[in-house]
Design a protein around this ligand. Structure first.
Ligand code: ARG
Length: 277
């Protein structure tokens, strides 16, 4: 079944560099993965740091042009995944996207409310490697400041929130069934931070999939599967103990027991761009 192209995902290959929502110019894919698996709705007022990245020019207006997530770490700074700003996702260079915006304070993408703030500057982490997804982080500078109440604390090196077994939540907008049924409302799924040994076993870096690199990545999921992020959630936050520990980056499929979601490890990668904050 073909879905409207504005809602399409870039395809079934959920590998390291798999893109988020497909831009208007891309061909419609044959299959889709689902987004925020096993989640429940959340109120934007309770999680004001979650934002949507939007370009109506590239992704159409039905869901306010949402194509990735992001997280507010200072009044004019939003973190997202570097791969969200790549050609594979946008279908063009990010510098060509004239209407790149952050939508804050809005849980339902089809409703008004909250604010849309233009992005003034895009910084891709210098160490980002699109081939391995290492250091999958970008910093957006907003054209105007959001209220301080939107800001979430980020985890530093050695933060206990990174400890395996810690309960965390991942946030995003999108397909909740795997069949192209995009949520218009923000959702969250509960997951646990996994030990690096588990992540490395799940992603040994074969021809079929990516390699888990603990220095710049963290993985989270649940033993039974069923709770995860997925395509379209990229760039969104993984939060534990009230602090940002991860940015949705990649995974194999979505919600599989043996394939936890892989996140950018904020405590290690954010310091590499800290002088830009
Ligand atoms: N690369 C995807 C995106 O651009 C995110 C995939 C996350 N996958 C997962 N199983 N947690 O939206």
């Amino acid at each position: 079944m073909r879905r409207p192209i504005t809602r399409a995902l870039t395809g079934a290959l959920a590998l390291a560099s798999a893109a988020a929502l497909a831009p208007l110019a891309s061909p419609a894919p044959a299959a889709a993965d689902s987004v925020i698996i096993g989640g429940a709705p959340v109120r934007s007022a309770d999680t004001p740091w979650v934002v949507a990245l939007s370009s109506r020019d590239r992704f159409g207006g039905i869901r306010a042009g949402q194509f990735c997530g992001g997280v507010v770490v200072a009044p004019t700074k939003v973190l997202t995944a570097a791969h969200c700003l790549g050609r594979e996702v946008l279908g063009t260079a990010v510098s060509e996207v004239r209407d790149l915006r952050v939508i804050a304070g809005r849980e339902d993408l089809r409703a008004p409310g909250g604010q849309e703030v233009p992005v003034q500057h895009v910084l891709i982490a210098p160490a980002y490697d699109p081939r391995t997804s290492s250091s999958d982080l970008a910093v957006l500078t907003l054209a105007s400041a959001l209220p301080v109440g939107h800001v979430i604390k980020t985890a530093a090196r050695g933060d206990a929130a990174n400890t395996p077994g810690t309960a965390a939540a991942v946030y995003g907008w999108g397909d909740t069934t795997g069949a192209g049924t995009y949520a218009s409302a923000l959702r969250a799924a509960p997951v646990q931070v996994q030990p690096d040994t588990v992540c490395a076993r799940a992603y040994p870096g074969t021809a079929l999939g990516g390699r888990y690199t603990p220095a710049t990545m963290l993985c989270a999921g649940d033993a039974k599967g069923g709770h995860d992020a997925c395509q379209g959630d990229s760039g969104g936050p993984l939060v534990a103990q009230g602090r940002l520990i991860g940015i949705v980056s990649w995974g194999s499929g979505c919600g599989r027991a043996d394939s936890p979601g892989v996140y950018t490890r904020v405590s290690e990668v954010l310091p590499t761009v800290a002088d830009k904050l």
